[in-house]
Design a protein around this ligand. Sequence first.
Ligand code: EPZ
Length: 418
Amino acid sequence: MEKFLIHGGHPLHGSICTSGAKNAALPAMAAALLTDQPVILNHVPHVRDIRTMARLLADIGAEVRAEGERYTICAGQIRNPEAPYELVKTMRASSLALGPLLARTGLARVSLPGGCAIGARPINLHIHGLEKLGARIRQEHGYVHAEAPGGLKGGVIPFERITVTGTEDLLMAAVLADGETLLENAAREPEVEDLAELLVKMGAHIEGAGTGTIRVRGVPRLGGAEHAIIPDRIEAGTFLVAGAMTGGELEVTGARPDHLHALLDKLREAGADLSIAASGAMRARGPTRWAPVDVATQEFPGFATDLQAQWMALCTQAHGVSVITERIFENRFMHALELVRMGADITIEGSRAVVQGKTALSGAGVLASDLRASASLVLAGLVASGETVIDRVYHIDRGYEKIEEKLSRVGARIRRVE
Ligand code: EPZ
């Protein structure tokens, strides 16, 4: 199993370019199932989850061609409307096939995702929404069997709680439904907006994407399109924190500052010196003395749960007590226990983590658990004295494209070993 070896204490300097957003590319790839025409996606990141989605689409019967960052997907024939357990258990975003398969063929068999390191993460809201569009759904042998033989009918879907892939799944189901669909309490993440942009290019009628209420007027069929995936705001945020935390100064290019206002505000509050160029390039330089800053994760545009672990790593270097409240997932503090092994002083109280800083971190052997927790261990390793060995780095490869190469180019002493 591959590991990262990190030798800490080296400030980062230079410029890092952001890759395309995994969490925008995944729904966009699934959207290709909605048409028999080719869908071309550019700026697709080379990460493990993208390869898993490509495999799923090929198993379903689509032709998938990858040339660098460009994916051409053509679902001319849907041979097998199924997302099998062996794929879904490695990537819960496979549930994004549910809506499009049902809309295109009137049939979908998708394995229930099962548990995940950060929480139960059911898909009950996806299922409930599809039933509102007329789907008949039963769960059997760990699979969701969904049927809509006469096609889906538009309806009103008031989401009980905000769900990103739930909104995306239902959006993709609604674009081919007969009549009008209203998604209320919809997710406002930039990745939802990006999916809607692609669907509109394919011929869908969608209003309000990026707000809490999305109105869709169904059409009989969709065509092909070409679309560039938005930059990865979580990768960009991770690198901004990394640069500032190591006492260096990193420029992060290719990302969208308007996707990161919550993080930028918190970095400023903690004492970082930030500058944003007209090009959107962001620079972050850390203060000599970080101030503690409380954070509560929220749906977009609030502070992203996917940046919570990285923020916790930063808080270990702040002088004072920072309280981090995780409001989205019920078990997203695994990184805390690993940070404590590196010398951090963190107490978990339910959905709150109380970080007492500043503590000197010392390199240790640590275990990556979920994608973003692993990123926080990389950040901690960059500032820890001595060597940190991070095991199970396949978690990181799911969502970060060659993170050790990008960081090495700006002065980090990090390498991948068997
Ligand atoms: C998306 O997951 C992202 N994944 C996650 O990123 C991200 O952490 C999450 O949104 C929150 O921003 C992708 O976009 C592929 P949710 P998703 O449905 O859609 C509960 C990463 O690091 N819920 O918004 O699965 C759920 O348990 C990943 O790239 C239900 O109860 O998250 C959670 O507590 C990790 N029933 C909350 O809602 C449902 O049917 C928000 O989940 C659906 C969700």
